[in-house]
Write a protein that binds this ligand. Structure first.
Ligand SMILES: Cc1cc2nc3c(=O)[nH]c(=O)nc-3n(C[C@H](O)[C@H](O)[C@H](O)COP(=O)(O)OP(=O)(O)OC[C@H]3O[C@@H](n4cnc5c(N)ncnc54)[C@H](O)[C@@H]3O)c2cc1C
Length: 302
């Protein structure tokens, strides 16, 4: 019999599965995730995991046994390509068509990819997945020049870890102060002084215009300025167009094709779609959508 399918295997998905069981849901629950690892705590990537004080196993949200005990089937490394809401099926990248009774979309966000001169050079990293951080960790070494693009929380966390590990760190911030989007001028100044005091160079009003290198990054270009770099880190910026305005109905939800409902149906602020057997959730710090707003009932959710 068709059960509950959760698309995406991040924190929202795992918490939703746990809450469903806690509330007495007896349905079969299957989580599809396109990453190969057991669901992990993404916030720790730029903190303890990058620093090396926690291992991969230590940042998993739940041990493997939890999924066995709770009868939650994890199908990792499997991307769901499309949803047919009328037929109540999802189709995986391998072409398997899977029926569902209830569908939960927990596909999260993806990084906005910068497409400027030289952005394809090696040594330029985004930071969203465990794989991204492993690649960054492999390249990090004392004395290397790391340029971080953007003085937001994640960029500054990476800066802090990198100076601790002995790298030469420069943060580029296009605004007149770091953390401008998230805090007051006083707090920005406090954090500026804190990081500068630890040896992080912070260049304000400095916007990236391109990258230079011969296969591998050698310089970050900011107008007339050329900043030497052995590696570049771009903290994750959410793709606003695709992810902050998720749509459900003939359109896409994080590159997921959806058919079977009228085009342009937006889910409401409580994340319900017009199709009551399908719900979209996302954990976004500081935003109105959280798992708490998804009302989970013993016999399913709406
Ligand atoms: C480096 C870093 C540090 C952060 N630090 C903090 C912090 O300190 N505090 C804080 O509050 N937040 C922090 N965040 C943000 C926080 O991690 C996110 O808000 C949270 O992970 C969102 O959880 P989610 O389950 O909604 O989505 P995600 O964690 O994005 O998980 C969604 C998963 O679904 C997968 N997926 C997407 N589409 C499909 C598909 N079609 N088929 C199968 N799988 C799919 C994705 O690959 C992903 O694995 C940080 C984020 C990053 C990247």
């Amino acid at each position: 019999m068709a059960g509950i399918i959760i698309v995406g295997a991040g924190q929202a998905a795992v918490q939703a599965a746990a809450s469903l069981r806690q509330e007495g849901c007896k349905d079969e629950i299957t989580i599809f995730g396109d990453e190969p690892w057991l669901p992990y705590q993404r916030p720790l990537l730029s903190k303890q995991y990058l620093l090396g004080t926690e291992t991969e196993e230590q940042i998993y949200q739940r041990a493997e046994k939890f999924y066995e005990d709770q009868r939650v089937v994890l199908r990792l490394g499997e991307r769901i390509e499309s949803i047919d809401v009328a037929a109540k099926t999802v189709t995986s990248a391998k072409g398997e068509v899977i029926p569902y009774k209830e569908l939960l979309l927990a596909t999260g966000s993806r990084p906005r990819i910068l497409k400027i001169q030289g952005s394809e050079l090696s040594g330029i990293h985004y930071l969203r997945t465990l794989g991204d951080v492993n690649a960054i960790k492999n390249e990090m070494a004392p004395g290397k020049r790391l340029v971080i693009i953007g003085g937001g929380y994640i960029g500054l966390e990476v800066a802090s870890v990198a100076v601790t590990l002995g790298l030469d760190v420069t943060v580029l911030e296009m605004e007149e102060r770091i953390l401008k989007r998230v805090t007051t001028a006083e707090m920005s100044e406090f954090y500026h002084q804190l990081h500068a005091g630890r040896g992080v160079k912070i260049l304000l009003r400095t916007a990236v215009s391109g990258f230079e290198g011969d296969g591998h990054i050698t310089h970050v270009l900011c107008g007339d300025q050329r900043i030497a770099a052995d590696m570049v880190e771009m903290p994750m910026r959410v793709d606003d167009v695709a992810d902050r305005q998720p749509r459900f109905g003939g359109m896409t939800q994080n590159r997921l094709r959806v058919s079977g409902v009228a085009a342009g149906v937006h889910h409401d602020p409580a994340t319900r779609t017009k199709q009551h057997h399908a719900v979209a959730i996302r954990l976004l710090a500081g935003h109105e959508r959280t798992t708490q707003q998804v009302q989970i009932r013993g016999d399913g959710f709406e």
